[in-house]
Ligand binder design. Structure first.
Ligand code: GLU
Length: 427
């Protein structure tokens, strides 16, 4: 029986993000004091106008067009025309049940190699493997905040300049929370243009840039950039499963081919969810206010947690968006090795055992197995309560920010402190 499984899939474990969540829940169920730094899920509730709209649209029962509900495609096109200072039309948008599914389909229909930086989100490479596509992992450096540099992309493309390639850039980044700076975007766009690389710009955390200053690489390389977005992160609606791709005008054929694959697989995205999602993109002032608060809370928490881990001796880029930390504990290699810990995976097991903090090893993001890095999602708090508390709070200085974090995100604070204490014993 098992011999008849497709070998591309049969050796693969369940996706690391989902597996760590199952593990966390299992330990919680057994009464263990575990801290949820595993799955990257927004702690904030879905904004009220979207929830109301979902209730109002519970009766929507028909299959919708494969490409998506026309009004939603229009709302997404207008939204991006506004925020990207450009002009997009509804026929450039493809809606799907999560951007993850669309990423799988684009890899299925696009002929070419997949190019991704190390580290990258856990699912890009396994999707390529399932499909049988070749993956090139490009190296990055700690001093570049683990972001891909234009020189590295250029050196890779130069080896075989005419090869068709799909490169995924994710910024703000999962797993680091760092993002690409304006000059880095320009330089990467120049290289992509030179070699006609198709860029899949995964901007799922764009709206969660802590300063609200996310810029898309599409500004510099519009004709070759597919923007990938969704409501999972900034609208706290991961379980709603709605994502989209925004194609450049030139890639109409790619969009149509993806729609064919979609029509033979998921048919169309859930109707009530699509109707409800329209309100996310309309510039509703209540959603803007919600987003401003979420960003500020994530920024305060990012600073606080980085300071704790940094003081303990971890090397760690400061998150500029999203809700991830990517500490590297290699300064403690000697001590860890003396305890038999020689890989990121063993490190995370050790942390879970000793501190109750559930995190993912860098290896899940393509780092070498011996790398002593981990991704910690700082999401273990009640986002609804934090948003309510935010309105009551006056933020004058850093002490107020720390007070807020300690009052409303106590599990995150306790989790990083426990890790810091544990690191303190690695001498
Ligand atoms: N993107 C989230 C993460 O990296 C979770 C969703 C998923 O992996 O499908 O934890």
């Amino acid at each position: 029986m098992t011999n008849s499984l497709n070998l591309n899939v049969s050796g693969l474990p369940k996706s690391a993000t989902l597996a760590i969540n199952e593990r966390y829940k299992e330990l919680l169920g057994k009464g263990r004091n575990v801290y949820n730094f595993g799955l990257g899920q927004s702690p904030f509730p879905v904004p009220e106008p979207m929830r109301q709209s979902l209730m109002d649209n519970a009766h929507q029962k028909d299959y919708l067009p494969v490409e998506g509900l026309p009004e939603l495609r229009e709302a997404i096109a207008q939204y991006h025309s506004r925020v990207n200072d450009s002009s997009y039309t509804a026929d450039q948008v493809l809606v799907g049940p999560g951007s993850k599914e669309l990423m799988f389909l684009v890899q299925l229909v696009y002929y070419g190699d997949l190019v991704i930086p190390t580290p990258s989100w856990v699912s890009y490479a396994p999707q390529a493997r399932i499909i049988g596509r070749h993956v090139h992992w490009l190296p990055t450096r700690g001093r570049d905040r683990w972001m891909l540099s234009a020189e590295t992309l250029d050196a890779h493309c130069r080896e075989d300049p005419d090869r068709p390639r799909l490169a995924i850039l994710n910024y703000p980044s999962n797993p680091t929370g760092a993002t690409l700076r304006p000059e880095e975007l320009e330089e990467l766009a120049d290289v992509a243009r030179k070699y006609e690389v198709v860029l899949l710009s995964d901007e799922i955390y764009g709206e969660l840039h802590h300063e609200g200053e996310h810029v898309s690489i599409a500004r510099h390389y519009r004709r070759g950039t597919i923007i990938s977005g969704g409501i999972s992160k900034w609208c706290g609606a991961g379980g709603w499963r709605l994502g989209y791709f925004l194609f450049p005008q030139l890639q109409g054929k790619l969009l149509r081919t993806l729609a064919v694959a979609a029509s033979e697989t998921f048919t169309s995205t859930s109707a009530p969810i699509q109707y409800a999602a329209i309100s996310a993109f309309g510039g509703d002032p209540r959603i803007d206010a919600y987003l401003r608060k979420c960003r500020h809370i994530l920024k305060m928490l990012g600073r606080y947690t980085v300071e704790v881990l940094d003081a303990a001796g971890a090397r760690i880029p400061r998150p500029e968006g999203a809700f991830y930390l990517f500490p590297d504990f290699s300064r403690h290699r000697e001590s860890l090795e003396s305890q038999g810990i020689e890989s990121g995976r063993a490190l995370c097991e050790h942390l879970l055992e000793r501190t109750g903090v559930a995190a993912l090893p860098g290896e899940a993001f393509g780092c070498a197995a011996p790398d002593l890095s981990a991704r910690m999602a700082y999401v273990d708090f009640d986002g609804a309560r934090a948003l309510e508390g935010y309105d009551e709070f006056t933020f004058r200085d850093r002490n107020d920010e720390d007070d807020f974090v300690e009052a409303f995100c106590p599990r995150v604070v306790e989790g990083v402190r426990r890790v810091a204490e544990e690191v303190g014993t690695w001498v």
